[in-house]
Design a binder for this molecule. Sequence first.
Ligand code: C2E
Ligand code: MG
Ligand code: MG
Length: 737
Amino acid sequence: MSLTALGITGLIAAAVLGMVAAAAVAWAFRRRTRVHLAALQDREERLALALWATGERYWEYDLASGQLQRLLAPEGVHGRGAGLEVDITLAADLIHPDDLPRTLAEIEKHACGESAMVHAEHRIRHPRGDGWMWVRARGRAVERDAQGRALRIAGTASDVTLDRTGERDRQVTGEVLRSMNEAVSVLDGDFRFISVNPAFTRMTGYQEDEVVGQGAEVLDSSQHDPAFYRHIRERVVRLGKFSGEMWQRRKDGEEFLCAIESSVVVGKPSDPQRYVCVLSDITQQKRAEQELRYLANFDTLTNLPNRALLADRLSRAIVRARREDNRIAVLFLDLDRFKDINDSLGHAAGDRILRAAAVRLQETVGHHHTVARLGGDEFTVVLENLTSPDEADRTAREIIMAFEAPLVIDDRQDIAISPSIGISLYPDHAQVPTELLKQADTAMYQAKAAGRRTYMRYDDAMDLAIRQRATLSGALRKVLDRGELRLVYQPRLALDGARITCVEALLRWTSDEHGEIPPSRFIPLAEESGLILEIGEWVLREACLALRRWRQHGLSDLSVSVNVSALQLLRGDFHDVVRRVLADTGIPPQALELELTESVLMANAEQTAGKLQAFRELGVSLAIDDFGTGYSSLAYLKRLPITTIKIDKAFIADVTHDPEDAAITTTVITMAHSLGLNVVAEGVETEGQMRFLDDHGCDEIQGYWLSQPLDAHGCLAFVRHWTPGPGMRRGTHAGAS
Ligand code: C2E
Ligand code: MG
Ligand code: MG
């Protein structure tokens, strides 16, 4: 082989060798690279896996550029083959502006060596999609400059959005609990308090530390028995919840009504048992409800049932009575002359009287019977289970008796007031409430007409009487215009000296339509309608004019006595009326006597005393008429500036043969004298009566024995010609022939 050939072969071989070597090196290199890359990939995969498994993200922060480089595991891909995505962004673009300063400060602290690690919690843009996510980042410097200042920091971050929102939810829940008006408490399985909110403290008065560990029964009230609360708790255990109303007790002992919602907290089986209990105080709400219900059914002045509730109770009572085949009585009660008292004393006193009357009435009939107020001074009593109608009468009598004692309306004032009562019966008179009430009302009017302070049972004839009353009332209105009224005069004899000293003016009404109507019928009607004011003034003037004529005819010592209705006295300007009439007629005040019936005077002695005093100052005499029929007590009389009492004819009628009436009459005479009062006996019909009265020192007598009431002419003639008869004692007395 030639050298040349050798050389070429060698070159080729060398080249081949070189190539082989190069290939080998390249292969080796490639292989190394491949191995290296595989290892790298493996590490990346492991890192990705680790990051995926821990939920962490890897990050690096370059302090000089402010760039944040993140390695992200691709969403949904994990395990072998999963790569990492790299994301490089400016930290300022990535971190929520609100959190950025705080986060950078945290990094800075670490960068300059003030902290061993970066700990930051902040929001960053969600890598995929919009919105923010909370991350908790930790890291450490991985590169520092010569001065030791960090250049690069690396670390991991984890998504804590859920923790943060959970925390936030808890904060919100806590805030809600704190600001709630309802008292919320959490209780353990034995119903012991674990925690309570501020409203609980406000509502119950217990601070949290005072109740924690205590049983829920610290709030149990006395309104329910302990079994009730036990039962509720058992229900909560059994059914998991309870809602309803119950009374609870505050720390200070006050009890309050609350709406309660209690339920078990549903958790994992391993969780300890918890109950949540929400209380709202509904005492006020309930009170308002009750108040409304009360207003609809009760009279607020007296607290008695009102008309609505009465109607309801009466209907029920009728149903029961029908079923049980027994009787009901409806008592309709009206206070006599209440209007006068109300007008004179004022409405506040009137209200107190009504309240006191309500109490008296309820106490008398007992709490098992319905007593209602229909308005004004009208009350109703419903009596059930009556065996006979007499029972109703008995109760009516008891009521009237109970009102004999004055009502105490305040520490200074006693008021004597009587009721008039009408009675209707189920099933005797009517079957329905409205009818029963109407009939009892009708009967009550009849009781008033019969003189008040009495009771009447309804009967059919009453309706007729009521109708007649109504027509009479109508006729009465025209009475003055038509000149249908006139006065008659009944003389009065002074026993000592046997002189006619005074005549009583008595009113007469002769109606064109109805004929002669006695004053006992029309005076109450005139009082009711207020016409008595006008009529009364006419009477006064007429009587004074008659007296003036008589005085002109020589009877210069004669006086006239005029009956005055309570209404006249109490209302308005009666004092002025009297003064005017006296001035107009020229009658000296001493020649006029006013007769007042005792009931109103006695109803309020203090009040009337003032009014009466004004008449006394005028010089007018004042007499109490019909003494003994009302509530007269001589003790009361002491307080009144009166001059005369007229003993009612009821006592005089039997004075000679009834020892009791005789005793009363003599006592009245003696006591009246001790008070310096003039005593007149009314209704003296016999000489025997006259003698008795004379023997017992009575000052004057009046009655048919002396004379019937006479017209003005007849009266003049009578007085002029009257002389004492021979049969009179002391040689000065004589009966009229
Ligand atoms: P009163 O003031 O007690 O009058 C006495 C009544 O007894 C009168 O009845 C009279 O006629 C009657 N009377 C007189 N003597 C006898 C007698 O011996 N026996 C009997 N049984 N009765 C006798 P009258 O006139 O029917 O008056 C009844 C009532 O009407 C009066 O009782 C008085 O309260 C009232 N009254 C009469 N006139 C007026 C008046 O002008 N104004 C007011 N407000 N009431 C009057
Ligand atoms: Mg009289
Ligand atoms: Mg009288």
